[in-house]
Write a protein that binds this ligand. Sequence first.
Ligand SMILES: [Zn+2]
Length: 704
Amino acid sequence: MIKNLILMLVVVGFIFAACSKTSETPAEAPATDNPFFSEYDTPFKVPPFDIIKPEHFIPAYEKGMEQQKAEIEKLVNNPESPTFDNTIVALDRSNKLFYNVSRVFGGLSGANTNDELKAIQKEMAPRLAAHRDEINLNKKLFERIKTVYEQRDELNFTDAQVYLLENLYKRYVRSGANLNDEDQAKLKEINQKMSMLGVQFGQNLLAETNEFKLVIENEGNLAGLPESSITGAAEAAKAAELEGKWVFTTHKPSMLPFLQYSEKRDLREKLYNAYTKRGDNDNERDNKKILSDLIKLRVERANLLGYKTYADYILENRMSGNAENVYELLNRLWDAFLPVAKRERQEMQAIIDREGGGFKLASWDWWYYAEKLRKEKYQLDDTELLPYFVLNNVRDGAFWVANQLYGLTFEELKGMPLPHPDAQVFEVKEADGSHCGVLYMDFHPRTSKRGGAWCGTYRSQSRKYGEEIDPVVNLVCNFPKPIGDNPAMITLENVETLFHEFGHALDNLLSNVTYGTTFRSSDFSELPSQIMEHWSMEPTVIKHYAKHYQTGEVIPDNLIDKIEKSSLFNIGFIKVEYLAASLLDMNYHTLTEPQDLDINQFEKDYFEKIGLIPEIVSRYRSTYFNHIIGGYAAGYYSYIWSEVLDCDAFEAFKETSLFDQNTANAFRKYILEVNGTADYKSMYVNFRGREAKIEALLKKWRLN
Ligand SMILES: [Zn+2]
């Protein structure tokens, strides 16, 4: 299952974009009141969300940048010759305040934004880009890094130090350190423009998602919808001051049940079209030109740095290595899954014809007829499952799996500062009772939160200042809210999403690295997350967490049996809509010439070329493909690349036992603890004893 992850790491990695100062920017508060200017006086030193105000961010950013510049100035003017300690370690330690404010701002602007934060985001984006360029293009700094780098074989460095040195050196080269002054000036200009376009894209998308409302006044138009969906829509109407009516939106928890169950074909069409047209309405929130400009700038940037395409630039650092390897995997799976999707289409058309529908299946019909097909083939109905999947129980099930594998325990903390009143927070402890970290979880959608699910950190684990820094992790989802007096209940897809993001959380919680500068790769980092999805659907695990919300009865075996049997259900659709988006992403980023693109035409031509059937819309159309704005440009393929790894890795448990301690210890030691500080291929080989094979993935989807 594919999740909408954008690592917060990426967000704070200066992907903000923006324009000039606006009047909405709040006035500065007195420096003494600014919580970023002193050590956090909170339990576990979590950010003091209760006293952080929008007006604290800009002064904290400014002071953070100033401090970092001063630290780097001191570093480059050090009269001693460059060493690992006085250069690499000093650089690693140079950003304390800047890091703290960036992490909190990144977290809040993703899940809890408002007009003030949006204005700050716009104002800061070009300034942050300039700050980063100032460091990346600092000649004296680069010379010192290079001197240490050139001694890497002579001195007695650890493997992690060599890895850091090689990748840090490469990062500077890739950021333009070797360019002449004229090209560096061009690069800076491109970076400025890119930063602004990225922010505008995201803000437009959130506004467009919040804009559309399908308002139903006539009760008859609710035909087919489950009670939970109707109650949710009534509550949404109340919130929109439309009491007595029903409101459905393009937020997925509202839209998907409507598409799945509504008998009103015209209304399904209306809602789904609104969803797929986001950012493509030729209004002031349109994203077409923004995306075209961004892709053009990316090609220019790649060319300037000596790469033929933006994908070449991105992928040389990834596990996949190059676009050829990515296309090879994507095309192989496209050829395998497209016929499956076509069969699914045929089966659904047969239902329409049998019912005398007299029309051809369209994209807005897919969920509705897929649901009918599921009932027919597997006698399984989502509404039959829902009562057993209480959100908090599923969450506890994920905790239980982490306990079985790694001995971790999770204890809810009360009275802690929260980023939003809906958030929950847990202390995570090791098997011996020692503190491991803090985990925030924030599950429900709101208009201030962007769509999808993701996991980042407010503070990452390291020992960069010589002592242990424990992680503070932040997991964010968009699951349906509790309705009435009932607890929140979630679909199977959401269950997998929760386990997925929880896998990212474990990767962060169990990190065991020395330096703060790490080099994670998206096509490897979906391994820790996606492997957790395997446990979520194991009968032993399901029985542990799936209990009826009223009776507490454990889910009956016949339902588990149906879940297992239907695991291949709709898989053609799921994979084709994902692969289409992955291929589109690659196609944008393998352009060799900067050019103005007609985004809709480009998309249309490409999908025709690869034979995407019109009944399936790419999982993301260009104008709302947030992944390729954030850190997943030329990287949306990462989920399927990692799926080869997670299927193969999970086999190691299947070959022994579900919670085999040796395998779990090896996974922790060779994958989770060292992620970002070692070569991906060796990490995997250390864990598995060999490289990953695609066979386990093919077996899972019955393709071999
Ligand atoms: Zn993920």
